[in-house]
Design a protein. Structure first.
Length: 61
């Protein structure tokens, strides 16, 4: 999931930058930029979740 998270962060950044460059109306730019940021945050969540150590249950010890 870590690799997928990095791809989502990259994809969200590309969507946001493309929206600013290609779209001409402010509402459309804003909507696509917010969608890109949401995708980036989803990717960040996946990457951050992989860095949290997993808890060991009492039966594993």
């Amino acid at each position: 999931m870590k690799l997928a998270g990095f791809f989502l962060m990259l994809g969200g950044w590309v969507i946001a930058v493309s929206a600013i460059m290609l779209l001409h109306t402010v509402p459309a730019q804003t909507a696509f930029c917010l969608a890109g940021v949401a995708i980036e945050l989803t990717g960040f969540f996946f990457v951050a979740r992989e860095h949290i150590p997993k808890r060991r249950s009492k039966s594993d010890a």
